[in-house]
Ligand binder design. Structure first.
Ligand SMILES: [Zn+2]
Length: 371
């Protein structure tokens, strides 16, 4: 093995502690790490105090890349344990912030990780932007970070994280449906590969199955699971029984959605006036209410093929109408999306229940009560 080289950014000759990660040396003052109160580092530093001081601390099984991301936060940050706001350098680049969050979690720097989770809603792109543009990786990374449990989060913070997680997932459904309507989502598309990184027991996989269910014919749906050249079919290669179960669950899911359809639309029609808009944006509210009334009516009466049960597609169209008001009002759009969250969450949870947990459909009455 060649001699380890010094990291270009995070090697301070005057530092008192040296870390070896893969074949790269990092050196800086131990207090930078100690301020993180990480159980992982506390154990390592304790062991090192007893051993030979001169040898670097080896971070076995860790990547130099992930440690470098953590160092970025350690070197250029203010004291994370005290600050409520993230340091200035993190503000501009959401991708970078997400990388730091993932590294913070790997190294059990839970204070830093919690801080980033708290501030993500302000740093991530707004909903309108997420639905219409931005990379799939951002969704997947935001969800991955929000999924990581953190023992340092207070109960109130946990509630906030859960709420944000839900909002992003609901927005994600809208985006998947929008994409499905514009370009057919292929089972070997970038999005599918990103989702499969999270695993087939993740609720993002349910969103994918929902889209296949809603927007594909019977044959092509089955092909996705049987063609082992695509990533999804490949997963079920040699697992015929599981594949059959999956297809049966898709049928069961559709039956359940058909039964839920009129209730879901009725419930969506019963939003309060204040749910449609910011306070005093009466013009926005009236315009949107008119558009939505016409939309609901057409969908309850028109005998189109899948419109009569594709409830997530219906909700997506509601968002689209709110987004495309003339003139556009992003404030009212955000307000409206918040009001739609409980409805989407109810369906989402049920879809996960059927398609991922492979349980029988939930009983009637899933629709959240009027507040
Ligand atoms: Zn408005």
């Amino acid at each position: 093995m060649p001699d380890p080289r010094h990291d270009l950014k995070f090697y301070d000759e005057n530092g008192d502690t040296c870390f070896l990660v893969e074949d790269i040396l990092f050196k800086f003052d131990r207090k930078k790490i100690e301020s993180q109160q990480s159980p992982y580092f506390n154990n390592l530093l304790d062991a090192h105090r007893k051993g030979a001081k001169e040898t670097p601390i080896h971070l076995a099984g860790k990547s130099a890349e992930s440690f470098g991301n953590l160092c970025f936060a350690l070197f250029y940050s203010i004291d994370f344990s005290k600050s409520k706001l993230p340091p200035f350098f993190l503000l501009s680049n959401i991708e970078h912030l997400l990388l730091v969050a993932k590294s913070a979690w790997i190294y059990e720097c839970f204070l830093l990780h919690n801080l980033i989770k708290n501030t993500l809603p302000d740093r991530a792109p707004p909903r309108g932007e997420l639905i219409s543009q931005g990379s799939w990786e951002i969704y997947v990374d935001v969800i991955a970070v929000m999924d990581q449990p953190n023992p340092k989060s207070s109960n109130q913070e946990k509630e906030e994280h859960k709420k944000y997680h839900s909002a992003v997932m609901n927005t994600f459904y809208s985006r998947v449906i929008r994409t499905q309507k514009e370009v057919h989502l292929e089972p070997d598309s970038l999005l599918v590969r990103e989702i499969l990184k999270l695993g087939t027991d993740h609720e993002m996989f349910a969103s994918l199955l929902y889209c296949f269910l809603a927007y594909r014919g019977e044959n092509s749906k089955e092909n996705i699971f049987t063609d082992d050249k695509n990533p999804i079919g490949g997963l079920y290669k040699g697992r015929g029984k599981e594949r059959e179960l999956m297809l049966a669950k898709l049928s069961e899911c559709r039956k359940w959605l058909v039964s839920q359809w009129p209730h879901g639309v009725e419930r969506a029609k019963s939003l309060k006036d204040s749910d449609y808009c910011l306070p005093n944006h009466i013009e926005c509210r009236n315009k949107l209410k008119r558009k939505l009334a016409a939309w609901h009516e057409s969908q309850l009466t028109e005998a189109t093929t899948h419109a009569l049960w594709d409830i997530m597609g219906h909700f997506y169209q509601m968002s689209y109408l709110a987004w495309s008001l003339e003139p556009q009002c992003t404030g009212c759009f955000e307000k409206f999306e918040e009001a739609m969250d409980p409805l989407r969450t109810a369906v989402r949870n049920s879809l996960k229940h059927i398609l991922i947990d492979l349980k029988s459909p939930p009983p009637d009455g899933i629709w959240p009560k009027l507040r």
